[in-house]
Design a protein around this ligand. Structure first.
Ligand SMILES: NC(=O)c1ccc[n+]([C@@H]2O[C@H](COP(=O)([O-])OP(=O)(O)OC[C@H]3O[C@@H](n4cnc5c(N)ncnc54)[C@H](OP(=O)(O)O)[C@@H]3O)[C@@H](O)[C@H]2O)c1
Length: 306
């Protein structure tokens, strides 16, 4: 299958490219500012800005793909707040356009969304639960979901994912990498014991994306995550253990103890029952997710000096 992939240099997009190539698919991937990561190979690279609608239209019609996978996003809430117009164009305008193109081509589109369409007051959210985002990023992702489902109701799958683990090209993006960055700066991160997340390895989410491209019958909103619900503090504790680091490198705190903490969504866990029962890919325990994680390159000197 020939797949048009966006976000190939990101955490999830690079994992998708590796997974799809292992399954024998042909990939045309869009790169923007970052180079193709080491270890990722695709069949064709096109360079451009996905907020340029005319360019996207021309390139997609030129490729005429059999499936489209959209992992490109301004995915850090702070970056959305810093440049809302650019984030709106990428997080909402692009998926809306890709959905129109998917409908036109009668090709499946898998668009990635987030647990942050919920406010986290309840947790264990089902795909049918009413979203209520707590920040601009969540609002943009929700607006995109609605536009995608409206434009391509028969061809688009919106896959909501949770906090992603993995090794990123720059070594600063994912959960363990940002902890290592703090430790290398001599900090002891404060981690909430009452903020619950359901981390998922990007490679595992990528396997799900590949399955969703290959199989029919998954149009609509879907949820995927890891197998365990853990506090931020427990996530940090297990990462320390995995890398044989001392337990006092993190400090447990409560969300209730600070105004910033109280603003954060307490529980963004997802109910993944439906996909879990229908897909070959299995959700992973947190220990399984930790297995492939390496000490990020920017923190290696610090780690080896211990
Ligand atoms: N990371 C998480 O914990 C998490 C959790 C839940 C859901 N998600 C969702 O999963 C998806 C993937 O997230 P991620 O963490 O893999 O993102 P990421 O690592 O931040 O990657 C984002 C990608 O988008 C590309 N991009 C940004 N602006 C672009 C533009 N104007 N034109 C072309 N490409 C552009 C980036 O390329 P350049 O760097 O070259 O611009 C990069 O390849 C997103 O939809 C996100 O909302 C992520």
């Amino acid at each position: 299958m020939h797949i048009f992939l966006t976000g190939v240099t990101g955490l999830l997009g690079s994992a998708f490219a590796r997974a799809a190539k292992r399954r024998g698919h042909t990939i045309t991937a869009v790169v923007h500012t970052a180079p193709l990561p080491v270890g990722v190979s695709v069949d064709r690279i096109i360079e451009g800005d996905l907020t340029d609608h005319k360019w996207v239209l021309r390139e997609v019609l030129d490729v005429f793909p059999q499936a489209l996978v959209n992992t490109a996003a301004i995915s850090a809430p702070a970056d959305c707040e810093a440049n809302p117009e650019n984030a709106q164009a990428l997080n909402v305008g692009l998926p809306a356009q890709l959905a129109q193109l998917a409908h036109h081509l009668s090709a499946p589109l898998v668009h990635v969304s987030t647990d942050m369409v919920f406010d986290g007051e309840r947790g264990n959210y089902a795909p049918t639960d009413a979203p209520a985002p707590a920040n601009l990023y969540g609002w943009q992702k929700l607006e995109a979901e609605k536009a995608v489902v409206k434009a391509a109701p028969d061809f688009a799958t919106v896959l909501r994912l949770t906090l992603l683990n993995g090794n990123t090209p720059g070594g600063r993006r994912s959960v363990h990498e940002s902890l290592f960055a703090s430790w290398a700066r001599g900090e002891v991160p404060k981690l909430y014991t009452d903020e619950i997340r359901q981390p998922c390895l990007a490679d595992n989410a990528a396997e799900v994306l590949v399955e969703l491209c290959e199989r029919d019958g998954f149009a609509g909103i879907r949820h995927w995550a890891g197998a365990e619900r853990l506090s931020r503090w427990e996530i940090g504790r297990r990462i320390l253990k995995h890398f044989n680091l001392p337990a006092d490198l993190i400090e447990p705190v409560s969300r209730r103890d600070s105004p910033e903490g109280r603003k954060r969504p307490p529980d963004l866990t997802l109910d993944i029952t439906t996909l879990r029962s229908k897909l070959k890919t299995r959700p992973q325990s947190f220990d399984e997710q930790l297995d492939p994680l390496v000490v990020p390159p920017p923190a290696r000197d610090w780690y080896h000096s211990l």
